[in-house]
Each structure stands twice: as C-alpha cells, then as structure tokens.
Ligand binder design. Structure first.
Ligand code: SF4
Length: 408
C-alpha cells in the first residue's frame, strides 16, 4: 500500500489546468524512454492474477538487479519493434494496466508524468515537463500560464523529491536566490538575451562565494543584485557585443548531429526532419558550416516575426525549466547548471530557427510550442544527452561566461 501525501501545492496556473488527453495525444509518453517502476508497484504487478495482464507482466516488467532504490526498483521493458513503446500501450494509445486495474495501479512514474513534485521545506511545488505536448501548449500559448496558484493534490510520498540544503545554506536563503533568478528572467523591460547574461553573472558570483565558503555574504550579494536591477546599474556590467550568429548556429548543431537515428515516434521525426531541412543538415552528415550559418541567418528573423504572436513563449519555456529543476540548485554548482541551461536553450532555439527557415509561411504559435515540446522530448530530458552535453562543456572551454554569452 503506497503512502500518499495530500497538500495544497504551489504551481503555475497552467499546471492546475492540465489533464492528459490520452488517445488524442499526437505523441506518447510511453515510447523510446526507460520507464522506471517503483518497488510497491513492482511487487503488486508480480502478484497480479489478471489473465490478460499476467503474460505481459512476465514479458515487460523487469527487476533492476543492480538497484536497491525504491523508485528505480524495476523497469518496463519496451517493445522491440520500431515504435519502442511500452508493452502495455493499446492500439488506441491507452494504458492496459489502467484500463484493467484502475489508475491506482499505475507506477509512480506513469501516475505522475508529466508532473514533477518537489518539497522545499514545508512547501510542495508541482510543475510539468514540456516534453508532453498538452503541457507545452498550456505553458507556452497563454500569457497567464505562470501566475502562481495553490491547488490541493494527492500524490504518492515516494514521488516527491525533497530539495536539500546545498553547502549548509538554509533553505530560505536558497529560495531567496531562486526568487531573484526568476525575478531577473521576468524583467521584461530587458531583452531576453541580456536577462540570461545577468543570470550568468549572478551564478558566477554565487559559485565563487560558495567555493570560498563565504555563505554569510549571500544576503548582501542578493541585495546588491536587486539594487542593481532596480537602478539599471546591472545593465552596465554587460559588454555590448554584436550577436554571433555563427556561434549560435554551429555550437548547438554539434549536438543535433546523429541524434535523429532510431526515432521511435513519427511526430518527433517529422518536426526534427523539418528543422534539419531548414538548416541544411543531412542525416548523419556533418553540417556544412557556411551553409548552416546562412540558413540560420535567414531563419532567425522569421522566428522573431513568428514570436510576435506569443511574445512570452521563450520566457515561459525558460521559466518552466528553472522552476522544474530548482535552478540553480540542482546537481553541480550554479555556474555548471547555468552552462547546461544555456546550451539547452541554444539547442531549442536552433530547432525553432530551422523550422522557421524550412516553412514558406510563418510558424504558428501551435508550431512554436510543438517545436519546444519536441526539443524537450528528444534532447533536453534525455539523461544520456544531458550527460553528454555536460561532459562536452567540462572537456572544452565552453563553460566560461564569455563563451556562453556568445551563444546568446
Ligand atoms: S504525453 Fe502528455 S497528453 Fe500525451 S499521453 Fe502522455 S501525459 Fe497524456
């Protein structure tokens, strides 16, 4: 019997509006990914006597022999055909476990997706991953999507990740940092690229302070940043650089290469193929540098024109990533988190520019949201790719602020 927790959870308004559209969904969350099974669900499935489910459980529910963790006790083995789907997915794209045993029988991962639930001190927070198309539409297409609301939710206790103190900092101080970073990102009077640069400068100072174990200076650092933001002095710390479109195109394109093989979903393939076509990137081939930059130069103004219909779209996407990951407090130090964050943004923008360049008409708001969903689904929430990105940043000089800012 799972232990459940019921609480009024803090969430952006779009999260409170979400419900899964099931068989109507153009993608499926059950394809191509490893699906962990928590211990309670694993043991429940093993004791299941349902005659339809029993053979499928024997075939698809596997123990992770090297793991003792509750949440990663087992996994659902995907089908071996081209779709690499969950073995319990019906022809109507519905879940057979849910159909025969009810929603209560779903594992934590399946019951919660696309939700991420965290506990910060006494407060629960719920966000959604934008790798779900319905979540992406709700988060990206509505201007009020990120008004914060409280809503009562019941979730299993084991699906809640508890945010722990970093370097002995009180949770309240960590929350002050997070609030400041969100405040910078929402300062719409400043251009988005400058907002991201200001966050980078702050993350660098914060990392320095943590490395030197000067935690008692944190309130002053936050206060100074707030004052600078209010007075406009923060902008003076930014050097005026022309946009480096060649860097914006070529660096993220390195991660785009080779990532389109064996795609499980026609939906993903269609969007990625269109972006690749717009950028002139052939499958498995290294991009022709000058042609890629030319395509990027043509696509970027078209993307900017398309964004006029939903001017908040990129800010919402970044805000969601920040809230979901407790930026900058997830693993690694703040400047490492920032490096990964910026590179992911650059990859997503590259896809948007590619699609904008490929189409004769301007991308619609729905197509913009769809492209971000595909980017999150395929690139951003793939642990393997994230590790690859982080390793590449570590091995190259691409984690210095100046270089990262050239991506903006
Ligand atoms: S991706 Fe989202 S909308 Fe689609 S089936 Fe999964 S949870 Fe439902």
């Amino acid at each position: 019997m799972k232990k459940m927790v019921t609480d009024t959870m803090l969430m952006p308004a779009y999260v409170s509006r979400f419900s899964c559209i099931g068989g109507e969904c153009e993608d499926t969350c059950c394809g191509g990914w490893g699906i962990p099974v928590d211990q309670d669900s694993f043991l429940y499935y093993q004791s299941c006597l349902d005659p339809v489910l029993q053979p499928l459980i024997a075939k698809h529910v596997k123990r992770n022999s090297e793991s003792n963790s509750h949440s990663n006790y087992g996994h659902l083995e995907l089908t071996k055909d081209h779709c690499r789907c969950c073995g319990f997915l019906t022809d109507k794209k519905l879940c057979l476990i849910q159909e025969r045993l009810g929603a209560k029988a779903l594992s934590d991962t399946c019951a919660n997706y696309p939700r991420t639930i965290s506990r910060f001190g006494d407060m629960h927070q719920m966000t959604l991953t934008l790798s779900c198309p319905e979540a992406a539409r709700l988060a990206l297409l509505y201007s009020d999507a990120f008004d914060l609301v409280g809503q009562v939710q019941t979730v299993s206790q084991t699906s809640v990740s508890r945010i722990k103190s970093v370097n002995g900092l009180p949770l309240s101080a960590m929350d002050d940092v997070r609030t400041l970073v969100v405040q910078i990102l929402r300062s719409q009077e400043i251009s988005l690229s400058n907002r991201l640069k200001l966050i980078g400068i702050f993350c660098e100072r914060l990392t320095e302070l943590l490395n030197q174990k000067r935690m008692d200076s944190l309130p002053q650092l936050i206060q100074d940043q707030e004052n600078d933001l209010e007075s406009g002095a923060a902008m003076a710390s930014l050097t005026d650089h022309a946009e480096l479109l060649d860097v914006q195109a070529q660096i993220p394109a390195l991660f785009f290469l080779g990532c389109r093989e064996g795609l499980p979903s026609p939906h993903l393939r269609r969007v990625l193929d269109e972006a690749a076509k717009g950028l002139g990137i052939g499958e498995g081939l290294p991009p022709d540098g000058p042609a890629l930059v030319r395509a990027y130069e043509q696509g970027l103004p078209r993307l900017n024109s398309a964004l006029k219909a939903v001017p908040w779209l990129l800010e919402h996407y970044l805000l969601n990533e920040m809230l979901r990951e407790y930026f900058p407090w997830a693993s690694g130090n703040p400047i490492q988190r920032y490096s990964t964050f910026i590179l992911r943004f650059a990859i997503t923008r590259l896809l948007l520019v590619g699609r904008a360049a490929a189409q004769e008409t301007l991308l619609t708001p729905a197509e913009l949201a769809e492209t971000i969903q595909v980017s999150c689904r395929h690139f951003l929430h793939d642990d393997h790719l994230t590790k690859k990105v982080e390793q590449s940043l570590r091995e190259s000089d691409w984690n210095g602020l100046e270089r990262l800012h050239s991506l903006l």
